[in-house]
Design a protein around this ligand. Structure first.
Ligand SMILES: *Cc1c(COP(=O)(O)O)cnc(C)c1O
Length: 745
């Protein structure tokens, strides 16, 4: 069905008396008819295996991709319906954060560019929990994302397959979701069925993207979707080309999004070797041409190991294959002349179990980091020995975001201003966005109006959802992302306290009224992260109710930060807070969304922040804090955070955790945060993330930004410089690089 038939059908649609859910389903089903065939593969197709796809809301985005959003708005308007009623629809939150959102952006970009990229993942019954804040604490509620139905997917009963574990067999039933663009690609999500036990496998998304939890079930999940996907690809190949598996890599390339799908490698070799009697070494060599691996984190707790005991208990054949790969690798490394230490560093098996990262690096034909600095750290640190022997595998692919959702959809006002200034070519070819570069001064006034309008929309939304009033003229600092110690929301909390205290005692003057907006979910078992949420909410309660300062400073912690909330926050903010400890944020993509929407970055030299300020100019952003080499030096020399408590402002902020200024409701959260900073713990030194080390420069930088904002026009020009230089951070660019350098599609 084409665009015009869709619009005609829509005009005929009888909307009278129907509720939002019914209308949502009817209109979506109509739009589904617009799906065309997949982007044709001249030769090779790429498959993106990912445990997470953080899609968000499909309704508005899909109508936009189909080019019918504005007409739909108008047609519904004529029927007396405001299209915004569909904002009630739940997000599909089948992911935790950046990693899952990246997967969704990649699918969007591939379809937008007409490249054959197909996603494979899990159709969780419940996505990432819904977050409420009660009494300042995070409360986790089940995320029933299909509450309004799931009109965007089609169940393919006839293509279900059996996945075998030692103790049970489960069906993997595919659900296909179209990804609209130049052509329609498909995201295929597997649902586990067959018994109550089976259904558990696809019941919940694990709400931690950085720790291992519920290990056995997690192992089942990873094998379940990896095996279903690989089995299907091999079967398709056999149907088309017979059992000539040597050709498989000519037609297929499988990208492993982090280590979660790495068991696909073992399953692939298992099928070839045991079902089709391909000699093991040949099967391994075919795998080496088929798989590529993306690393997303250097945090040691996020690198997955599976114990042989666990593998033997439910996946004995996989355990055998892993052992064979391990032994083969050992022989290969010995032949290369590696030392014992080098072999043990790269070894697939060790006393900790099987290392999914080492397996992926060994088998992967390409290994990539997700920002320039991150890739350098992989080469010189995490995978340094592998880099020594296989330098050709390593490459960088700096992450990106789709400008369709993250600019055109979430900021139609700025998009219109861009159209007016440089024409509409940038909508087809994002590189053209750079044409804005010479025009930032001439459109600064228009930009200020747009920003004001987006702020008003954001503040209205926050008022309705959180019950907090923010006056329209407030400067907006935003820190929105998963809650984690390395992201240092706690440092922002301390900085706010110092500013608040400075406003009260008069040491900070001429402060432009500002709001700090936080959005973040904590993994349910992550006590310190939950403590930070409570601490920020305690600060918010105090600051917002202080008559002396509430005209100058506000703090809001929004509930249930998700993709749809992000769309409003990134377009309505002035300052993007990206303050991770240098070396620990692999890339970040939130930083890119803010940049594209014209926020300045206040951040550390970490992840993609480095590339952002390189491109948009240091003078248009605010960099502070220790850099990687400094952090490394501090670690080597020994770092003592206690020294920083000699500063009265810092000690007042830090001591407020324990001196009775705030209450954590007897949970012990605040004492734990305090101890982690001042005494450390059995597994880490005091202030592991260098919060106190960077605090002084952070506060100064926040205040410097505030002063600069006094010259509204100069500030708007800085913000616009960020938009004008953001084309590089489009996932269209990233996907083109993957397609050229790794996938060859
Ligand atoms: C973009 C995005 C993220 C990733 O944010 P970072 O700041 O890069 O960690 C997480 N959650 C949601 C909902 C997002 O849209």
């Amino acid at each position: 069905m084409d665009k015009n038939s869709f619009l005609q059908e829509l005009k005929k649609l009888d909307t009278a008396g129907k509720d939002v859910k019914t209308l949502y389903n009817e209109i979506s089903v109509l739009a589904m008819k617009c799906a065309d065939g997949g982007c044709t593969a001249e030769k090779r197709s790429a498959y993106y295996l990912s445990m997470e796809f953080l899609i968000g809301r499909s309704f508005f985005n899909n109508l936009m991709e189909l080019g019918v959003l504005e007409e739909t708005r108008a047609i519904l308007g004529e029927k007396g319906l405001d299209i915004n009623v569909f904002e009630e629809i739940e997000d599909a939150a089948l992911g935790n954060g950046g990693l899952g959102r990246l997967a969704a952006c990649f699918l969007d970009s591939a379809a937008g560019l007409g490249l054959p990229l197909y996603g494979y993942g899990i159709r969780y019954k419940y996505g990432l929990f819904k977050q409420a804040i009660k009494g300042g604490f995070q409360v986790e509620l089940p995320d029933d994302w299909q509450r309004f139905g799931d009109p965007w997917s089609i169940r393919r009963e006839e293509e279900k397959r059996v996945i075998k574990f030692a103790d049970m067999q489960v069906y993997a039933v595919p659900y296909d979701t179209p990804v609209f663009g130049k052509c329609t690609n498909v995201l295929r999500l597997w649902q586990a069925e067959g018994s109550a036990e089976a259904e558990k496998i696809s019941e919940y998304l694990y709400p931690a993207d950085d720790t291992l939890e519920g290990k056995l079930l997690r192992l089942r999940q990873e094998y379940f979707f990896s095996a279903a996907s690989v089995n299907e690809l091999l079967e398709k190949h056999i149907r088309k080309y017979g059992k000539s598996f040597d050709f498989f890599p000519d037609f297929n390339v499988i990208q492993l999004n982090d280590t979660h799908p790495v068991l696909a490698v073992a399953e692939f070799i298992r099928i070839l070797a045991s079902e089709y009697k391909v000699p093991f070494v040949d099967a391994l060599n075919i795998a080496k041409k088929t798989f590529a691996y993306t690393n997303h984190t250097v945090l040691p707790e996020a690198l997955e190991y599976w114990s042989d005991e666990m593998l033997r208990s439910i996946l004995p054949e996989i355990s055998n294959v892993l052992l064979k790969i391990h032994l083969h690798q050992r022989g290969e490394l010995e032949a290369l002349g590696c030392t014992k230490e080098e072999i043990s560093e790269m070894s697939i098996y060790s006393s900790r179990g099987y290392s999914m990262a080492n397996l992926a690096v060994y088998v992967g034909k390409a290994v990539n980091g997700v920002a320039a600095l991150h890739t350098e750290i992989l080469k010189r640190d995490l995978f340094k020995t592998a880099y020594k022997y296989y330098p050709e595998k390593f490459q960088n692919k700096t992450n990106g975001i789709t400008q369709r959702r993250w600019l055109m959809l979430c900021n139609a006002e700025l998009s219109a201003l861009i159209d007016k200034t440089i024409g509409t070519n940038w909508r087809e070819n994002i590189a053209c966005l750079s044409d804005l570069k010479g025009k930032t001064e001439s459109i600064a006034d228009g930009f200020i109006k747009v920003k004001q309008c987006k702020k008003k929309q954001l503040f209205d939304y926050i008022r309705s959802r959180e019950g907090v009033d923010i006056p329209e003229h407030f400067l907006v600092y935003a820190q929105v992302k998963r809650l984690h110690e390395y992201k240092r929301q706690l440092m922002t909390a301390f900085a706010i306290l110092e500013i608040y205290n400075g406003l009260k005692d008069g040491s900070i003057q001429n402060f432009n009224p500002s709001v700090f907006i936080f959005g973040a979910k904590s993994a349910p078992a992550y006590r310190r992260a939950k403590g930070v949420i409570k601490f920020i909410n305690e600060i918010a309660a105090k600051v917002n109710s202080d008559p002396q300062t509430c005209g100058l400073l506000k703090v809001v912690f929004v509930q249930n930060y998700n993709v749809s909330y992000a769309e409003k926050i990134v377009s309505g903010s002035d300052v993007s807070l990206q303050v991770s400890t240098a070396g620990l944020e692999a890339s970040g993509t939130g930083n890119m969304k803010f940049m594209m929407n014209g926020s300045v970055t206040c951040g550390t030299m970490d992840g993609a922040n480095i590339e952002i300020v390189e491109l948009a100019g240091k003078e248009n952003n605010y960099i502070f804090g220790a850099q990687v080499d400094e952090i490394e030096r501090l670690k080597a020399e020994g770092y003592d955070p206690n020294k920083y408590l000699e500063n009265a402002a810092h000690s007042r902020a830090v001591n407020s955790l324990t001196d009775g200024t705030f209450s954590d409701g007897d949970t012990g959260y605040f004492k734990e945060l305090y101890d982690s900073l001042i005494y450390g713990a059995s597994w880490h030194k005091p202030d592991n993330y260098f919060v106190l080390y960077d605090l002084q420069s952070y506060v100064e930088t926040l205040i410097r930004i505030n002063r600069d904002y006094s010259d509204g026009k100069a500030f708007a020009i800085k913000q616009l410089a960020n938009t004008a230089n953001s084309a590089y951070f489009s996932s269209d660019r990233t996907i083109k690089e993957y397609a050229r350098d790794i996938w060859n599609i």
